[in-house]
Design a protein around this ligand. Sequence first.
Ligand SMILES: NC(=O)c1ccc[n+]([C@@H]2O[C@H](COP(=O)([O-])OP(=O)(O)OC[C@H]3O[C@@H](n4cnc5c(N)ncnc54)[C@H](O)[C@@H]3O)[C@@H](O)[C@H]2O)c1
Length: 258
Amino acid sequence: MELENKIAIVTGGASGLGRATSEGLVNKGIKVAIFDLNEESGIQAVNELGADNAMFVSVDVTNPESVASAITKVMEAYGAIHILVNCAGIAPAAKVLDREGKAMPLSKFATAININLIGTFNVASQVAEQMAKNEALGEALERGVIVNTASVAGYEGQMGQSAYAASKGGIIALSLPMARDLARTGIRVNAVAPGIMGTPMLLGMPDNVQESLVANIQFPKRMGLPKEFADLVIHIASNAYINGETIRLDGAIRMQPR
Ligand SMILES: NC(=O)c1ccc[n+]([C@@H]2O[C@H](COP(=O)([O-])OP(=O)(O)OC[C@H]3O[C@@H](n4cnc5c(N)ncnc54)[C@H](O)[C@@H]3O)[C@@H](O)[C@H]2O)c1
């Protein structure tokens, strides 16, 4: 898809990978609507990106009404939606049995699935309904493109990641059937599976945890940059032949059990 003058929604756009993606898209001439729970960071992001280029909408991605009303606000402000990047997510850690042998409360597992997986589907399905009304554009006759954020944990979850890994594995599994469902409407669906990226989610972990994670990265031997994620999302959005796929962005890391 030709990117200039298009409209994008970025969930989780107030922080980390979503924030960098919002900036990358704005730099390509795209107007961006940031959907996030964090109002303070969302408003700050819009101030930095420029009020002519971006808007913030307070959204809980798990809530169908919240997402529906946010999509209405974007349509009122910008008139169309061509690109959706789903970055909103959480990364809780808890083992199936704790040190005392007690089972993980089911609510912990459910929260990760609800925000990461169900939240992704909730926004993607409702945005697809709107994208389907777009004019078909370009040689490929595209109406929209959706990029979801999985994780390498969706392939190799570590100890303590059963909930997170299951939520991200679900996102990996979603790409192909969603792309197939939306093929007739000219909407592509892909996912990126990042490895260890330098965002508040990772940089907030204890130093020894960060060091052991970086030790397993093959090359380049450092955390991925949020801009490298944004660059991949922009390539996926512009390359009409990438569809139904999950692309690892991970410096060849393969996660170890711990
Ligand atoms: N950082 C990494 O190394 C890494 C690796 C693999 C995958 N990921 C995935 O990338 C995505 C972004 O991660 P990040 O590192 O940028 O995290 P981050 O914590 O910096 O940003 C996540 C954003 O999502 C928002 N959010 C959380 N729950 C929400 C909800 N219910 N509704 C709306 N917004 C909500 C938060 O407010 C926050 O602004 C996540 O899905 C994460 O699982 C990150």
